[in-house]
Design a protein around this ligand. Structure first.
Ligand code: F6P
Length: 360
């Protein structure tokens, strides 16, 4: 009997999601002769039973290079804690996970592939616990998902952030300015570290290493004394000072995490005071999530998507595909949902320090 599988893209989008969808569809149809349908708007669309999109080889054309996700994404919908608006306008939280399971049955799906970050994988794991037949594909620009060396979307975000540093450097040099670039990454400093080193930053502030701006001021002063009158400072959105806290521009509520952002400007104004130099701040924001995926992200997303279909064929419910070294492997979802942080004492940070980069 022909199998019918669904694919859903959960959480925020990331460049490479469309390449995953394409790889799933091509592998499932060509290798196994299965039908594939897309569930729109992540778990929100699943719970609401929104009409699915039939996916077949012909509508996969031109998808490799396209950013975003053709299925739409929602980083709110958690069927175990869904926010509902009551008739009187008040809000309540409801567990609608059993309804989500019923929708999977209503759609006639034999299995579901979910591409997402830690939040999506945590939901998938709980649904598998209730009997759902789900496998996972790791996605996030933050690269903070456990048990995979890298997630797709990360390379594109690093590319964007590095390009921004390259551009900031030329104008910083002309004006003898200190340029602060705030990048995304949530509670992990991967984007800041890799883009910072690749873009020649003088200081990189990451969540894993609480910072002291006096150290950054000293670094800038020593650069000035050596005749270099500009500097580049990269600040991860989740970075925090020693004895201080990260900055949120949107507070979390009702079990929903707040939105990080604003540390770049705080760092910028303190540096302006201590340096007496001109400081300018750039917040890169969602530019890092948009646009065409890099070839490396298209390649990784394609490997993940294809491997996920083989996992379905093997009925490995509750597992996620992952990259370890050069190998595609599978890991249990519960192992993947921990946050992968930069090791403050590891070789990558040490290498950056060896180059003279300070971490505050
Ligand atoms: O997890 C990806 C990410 O882009 C984070 O780097 C960032 O903190 C967050 O999502 C932003 O979320 P939103 O799109 O809801 O503003």
């Amino acid at each position: 009997m022909t199998k019918r599988i669904g694919i859903l893209t959960g959480g925020g989008d990331a460049p490479g999601l469309n390449a995953v969808i394409r790889a799933v569809v091509l592998t499932a149809t060509r290798q196994y002769g299965w039908e594939v349908v897309g569930i729109v708007q992540g778990f929100d669309g699943l719970y609401a039973g929104l009409p699915t999109i039939p996916l077949y080889e012909e509508n996969m054309r031109d998808l490799l290079a396209r950013g975003g996700t053709i299925l739409g994404a929602a980083n709110r919908g958690n069927p175990f804690a869904l926010r509902l608006t009551n008739p009187d306008g008040t809000e309540s939280i409801a567990d609608v996970s059993l309804d989500a399971l019923e929708r999977i049955r209503d759609y006639g799906l034999d299995a579901l592939i979910v591409a997402g970050g830690d939040g999506t994988m945590a939901i998938a794991r709980r649904l598998v616990g209730l009997g759902a037949r789900i496998v996972g594909v790791p996605k996030t620009i933050d690269n903070d998902l456990g048990d995979t060396d890298v997630t797709f979307g990360f390379d594109t975000a690093v590319n964007t952030a590095t390009e921004a540093l390259d551009k900031l450097q030329t104008t910083a040099e002309s004006h003898h300015r200190v340029m602060v670039l705030e990048v995304m990454g949530r509670h992990a400093g991967w984007i800041a570290l890799v883009a910072g080193v690749s873009g020649g930053a003088d200081a990189i502030l990451i969540p894993e290493i609480p910072f002291d701006l006096d150290v950054v001021c000293q670094k800038i002063r020593s650069l000035q004394a050596s005749g270099r009158h500009y500097s580049l400072i990269v600040v991860a959105e989740g970075a925090a000072p020693l004895n201080g806290e990260a900055v949120y521009y949107l507070k979390g509520e009702g079990g929903r995490e707040g939105r990080l952002g604003g540390m770049g400007h705080q760092v910028g104004s303190i540096l302006a005071d201590c340096m007496g130099a001109e400081v300018r701040v750039t917040v890169l924001g969602h530019v890092q999530r948009g646009g065409q995926p890099t070839p490396r992200d298209r390649w990784l997303a394609t490997r993940f998507g294809s491997a996920a279909v083989h996992l379905v064929a093997q009925e490995r419910w509750g597992y996620m595909v992952a990259l370890q070294g050069t190998q595609m492997v599978t890991v249990p979802l519960e192992q993947a949902v921990h946050t992968k942080m930069v090791d403050p004492l590891g070789d990558m940070v040490q290498m950056a320090r060896d180059l003279g980069i300070v971490f505050g």
